[in-house]
Design a protein around this ligand. Structure first.
Ligand code: SF4
Length: 119
């Protein structure tokens, strides 16, 4: 019996190690969206002074999409519904990063021709 107490149980040790790794990953993963949001909101706002944004018809207000020029726009689509938006899905206001425009933040209610609905 004393032999059992003195020897570490390798399966228990492995379990504890993997649980610690999983807990760390969950913590980091849980913090990332808020961190990304905070970082995204501090980035300069994207405008049509950016050549790519201009060519893709980015506007911070999806109600102002030039539909004749960008007929792929469907009423109601906006950045916080897009898979490239780094903020909170469905958020109604504010700015967050966008994977298409690194170094800039886009309006949650904006839109551009790269819009791709979240699945
Ligand atoms: S790619 Fe999506 S999130 Fe980025 S600006 Fe265009 S519509 Fe908005």
């Amino acid at each position: 019996m004393s032999e059992l107490k003195s020897k570490p149980d390798p399966s228990r040790r492995a379990f504890l190690a993997s649980a610690a790794v999983a807990a760390s990953a969950a913590l980091v993963g849980g913090l990332r969206p808020a961190t990304a949001r905070a970082a995204g909101s501090k980035l300069p706002h994207l405008t049509d002074a950016n050549a790519m944004a201009k060519s893709l018809g980015y506007t911070p207000n999806h109600n102002e999409v030039k539909t004749a020029q960008f007929p792929t726009y469907k009423a109601g689509e906006h950045c916080s519904m897009c898979r490239f938006f780094k903020g909170t899905p469905g958020e109604k206001s504010g700015y967050a990063g966008c994977q298409i425009y690194p170094g800039y933040s886009v309006n949650a209610q904006g839109w551009c021709a790269s819009f791709s609905a979240r699945s």
